[in-house]
Write a new protein. Structure first.
Lengths: 308, 548
């Protein structure tokens, strides 16, 4: 088991190294210059721009810039943003990530609490009115763009009813609308997944056996089916770990939430090298750890899966 | 009715406003400037708030992107300037009527040869930490920006300064290397730093912990979320009437509009969608200021390309584009046709007499024929085997200008010019265009140095940093150099009048329109100007506002 984890971590390091090279090269191959963008329409001379580039070390050869960056990264220094230059990138990411994580964790817990029972019940009572309601509801949830849902919710709850603020996370009321939008999107995915996984399991031999040995239907479902049906849900949770940190860009933009997704997109647009690189690094580390954790949790839920 | 009672009546009609607006109304009543001046001095009501002004409350405004820094050196993005100006003051500041106001300077004199500026500083001005503002602070600020080791963004504004002397605590003498005409509006308007504080904490820390002489001091700064400043009790112009001023970051334009409607915010510093702007304009619960932008909406085109090198081709394109239709169809009438590198609001620099390009496709065709471009296969003109075709890179995801490019594409196709459209990120466009790696693009850019300064050095000079068109005309270069050195406004205006004549004749870029700029305020904010001419300068007056 320990050996397995060590091997997986070593593989992960190689992947991270490759990702770091890939990100660095890609970012620097795209034409564009943060300094030029930052100066904007103000009067400027070439000498002045060169001086500022030098201040940021952007005049150094690329391999040297790469080595400097990786070296600092290993020491825990994520570098410096050219745009938000009064603050280390580490602080920028930590602040933005905490906002995004809070928002997504709340949404995720709510989604699971609703989606798992709903999917399960829909599968057990297949073709019932409830099943149809879940299917239609989730189809609509998947089909509607979250951008549109967000704006409609703002119109209804902020403009017409005036119950909730239209933007910002200044109070608990501020969380209601963004969380709702994320929940609507995830609910659709998770409930459908839970429903189909339950249906698959209900047709399995062990279910017939359990019923044959005289277990009540509720016992069959709760003790045998649910546990197996949760496997795909765990996979999705593992996958979504990195996605949770970067996947709510649209919601963040609509509700003016200062999260990691927004920071990432804005930094890409303004070619803020160190910020983009650092975020990609953090996300790739999370994906690797997330996948490892998923595999380990598999073993706990399903004893048939052996690791080692 | 005597002149004087007429004037008194006019004064009574005025809201708290500035001297400039007063003079304009006075002129309309037929009063001479000197008479008006005397009366103005006797009628201070037009510069101070009405006695009914209420105390307290917080004004909340919205910007569209993060406030990345609060340092004056980073105040180029407008959302940042809106906060920096609450915290800091400059010797001189350009107000919303485009008039230079004396702020930290009580008075100034300019030497005849333009080589020396003497500023008499205001006495009794306090910094946020309670210490006194002196000439040393001014000297420190100038020398900080002049020092190449600091690689400041504002360095170029101080490039012509030779030295700064402080004969006494309240006098600053700036000596120039050579005359620099824009000195008063682009150098003396830079915000002053506190010598002791700034040198102690350093610029990097200063970005998040600024300390100035301004009417508000920093309470809380969350770059991507909001910035709040509190009233500074010891401000030299008196404590602001409001207690606090806050700017929220709200990227989505439609959400900004909803926040204004629901009362969650009082103003949007960055414009809303065109249809929302127009709706607010007709709504009596809002005050909407419509000003002209100084940046021109234009197609920079690479003049070095063989098919675009002949100015007749570029002139033909100006005639081929139906600019009024673009304004009406794409921008719902919220723009005016551009006839120069200056909008008409840029008095005294805009030259009304320059040649204009009317929409005239027949004229466009004959210019192209004259230049030797004959209709070829696929309805694209050809000359010496070269097709009259180029590629325009619009900004990725630019929902406002992409349709504009598509209509222009049709207009040009009608006279036999092919314009292909691709999308590129804005950073790539800016980097590649001036190197000549792109044929053309479409965006708004200032071909001047802001609303009060005409110099287009970086965009039209041969080899200028922002010379997107790769344009080069020795006469233009000459004039631009002269224009910077000429201190006399009348002589300067002549120089820039010729600059405009050459520009419209050469058509280095396809200049299309000047967008109207909208700033919406809720009615509860009082003390706003009557007819401002510069959009962002409105926000430097937050210290005069009150809430009803």
């Amino acid at each position: 088991m320990q050996r397995y984890i060590a091997v997986r971590l070593a593989q992960g390091l190689v992947v991270i190294l490759l990702v770091s090279i890939g990100t660095f090269v890609m970012l620097h191959v795209i034409p564009g210059d943060p300094v030029s963008l930052m100066i904007g329409q103000a009067p400027a001379s070439q000498e002045q721009i060169d001086l500022i580039r030098k201040k940021w070390g952007l005049d150094r050869p690329l391999p040297e810039q790469y080595v400097t960056w990786v070296g600092r990264m290993l020491l825990g220094d994520f570098g410096q943003s050219v745009v938000r230059s009064g603050m280390p990138v580490r602080t920028m990411i930590a602040e933005a990530a905490s906002v995004t994580i809070t928002l997504n964790l709340i949404a995720f817990v709510i989604s699971i609490l609703i989606a798992v029972p709903a999917g399960l019940f829909a599968a057990v009572r297949r073709y019932s009115a409830f099943d149809y309601a879940v299917m239609v509801g989730t189809t609509v949830g998947v089909a509607l763009p979250n951008f549109w849902i967000g704006l409609m919710l703002i119109v209804i709850f902020s403009l017409v009813l005036r119950w909730l603020p239209p933007f910002g996370l200044g109070s608990w009321q501020g969380y209601v609308l963004p969380v709702t939008v994320i929940v609507v999107g995830q609910l659709a995915l998770l409930a459908r997944l839970m429903r189909s996984a339950t249906l698959d399991n209900l047709g399995e031999d062990f279910v017939r056996t359990a019923r044959a040995k005289g277990l009540r239907e509720s016992g069959v479902v709760i003790r045998h089916v649910v546990r197996n049906a949760l496997l795909p849900i765990v996979t999705v949770i593992g996958y979504r770990l990195a996605f949770i940190l970067s996947g709510t860009i649209v919601v963040e933009t609509v509700f003016a939430v200062p999260g990691l997704g927004m920071l990432f997109v804005e930094s890409v647009n303004r070619v803020d090298y160190q910020v983009v690189q650092a975020i990609v690094m953090v996300l790739s580390i999370l994906v690797i750890l997330g996948n490892l954790a998923t595999d380990l949790v598999y073993g706990l839920i399903d004893p048939r899966i052996r690791i080692g | 009715m005597s002149q004087e009672s007429g004037l008194d009546k006019a004064l009574r009609e005025l809201d708290p406003t500035t001297r400039r607006e007063f003079f304009r109304r006075a002129a309309a009543l037929g009063i001479t400037a000197t008479a008006a001046n005397t009366l103005f001095l006797r009628n201070p009501l037009i510069v101070t708030a009405a006695p009914s002004a209420k105390q307290g409350g917080m004004v909340r405004v919205m910007g569209h992107q993060e406030v990345a820094s609060l340092s004056p050196d980073d105040d180029e993005p407008s959302v940042q300037w809106v906060m920096v100006t609450q915290i800091h003051n400059a010797l001189l500041e350009v107000n919303e009527y485009l008039v230079i106001e004396k702020v930290l300077a009580e008075n100034y004199t300019v030497a005849k040869d333009g080589l020396q500026y003497t500023f008499k500083l205001r006495q009794g001005v306090k910094w946020h930490d309670g210490s006194e503002f002196t000439a040393d602070d001014v000297k420190y600020t100038y020398e900080y920006y002049m020092n190449p080791a600091n690689a400041a963004n504002k360095a170029i504004r101080f490039a012509n300064v030779a030295k700064v002397d402080t004969p006494d605590k309240s006098t600053v003498v700036v000596t120039m290397k050579e005359p620099f005409a824009p000195f008063l509006v682009i150098t003396a308007t830079e915000f002053i730093l506190n010598a002791k504080y700034h040198s102690r904490v350093g610029e990097k820390a200063y970005k998040s912990r600024p300390m100035g002489t301004g009417p508000f001091k920093l309470r809380d700064w969350r770059p991507a979320e909001y910035t709040i400043v509190d009233a500074f009790d010891q401000h030299f112009r008196g404590r602001p009437k409001i207690d606090a001023f806050r700017e929220d970051v709200v990227p989505e334009a439609s959400v900004r509009a909803i926040a204004l409607r629901s009362g969650a915010s009082d103003s949007a510093t960055w414009p809303l969608l065109a249809e929302d702007n127009l709706r607010f304009e007709t709504d009596p619960h809002y005050v909407v200021f419509r000003t002209s932008s100084t940046g021109v909406n234009h197609f920079p085109i690479n003049n070095r390309l063989p098919q675009l090198a002949d100015k007749r081709v570029r002139q033909a394109m100006m005639h081929a584009i139906d600019r009024q239709r673009l304004i009406d169809d794409v921008f719902k009438g919220t723009a005016i046709i551009a006839h120069s590198i200056y909008p008409p609001s840029m008095r005294p620099w805009y030259d009304r007499g320059v040649k204009t390009y009317a929409y005239d496709q027949a004229r466009a065709r004959s210019l192209l024929e004259e230049a030797g471009w004959r209709m070829g296969p696929g309805n694209v003109r050809v000359k010496d085997g070269q097709r009259l075709s180029f590629t325009c890179a619009v900004i990725t995801g630019d929902r406002a200008r992409r349709p504009e490019a598509e209509i222009v594409q049709q207009d040009l196709a009608a006279v036999g010019i092919e314009m292909r459209i691709v999308e590129r990120p804005v950073a790539s466009i800016l980097a590649q265009l001036s190197k000549g790696e792109l044929d053309a693009s479409l965006f708004n850019w200032t071909y001047n140095s802001g609303a009060t300064e005409p110099d287009p050095q970086s965009t039209l000079k041969t080899g200028g940093v922002r010379n997107f068109a790769g344009y080069s005309n020795p006469r233009m270069d000459d004039l631009l150099a002269q224009g910077l050195r000429e201190v006399d406004v009348k002589k300067r205006a002549k120089i820039y009048s010729e600059v405009q004549k050459i520009f419209v004749e050469d058509v280095p870029v396809l200049y299309v329109m000047y967008w109207d700029w909208f700033n919406v305020f809720t009615k509860r904010i009082k003390g706003l100007p009557t007819k401002p001419e510069e959009a962002f300068a409105i926000y430097r007056n937050a210290y005069k506002w009150w809430i009803e």
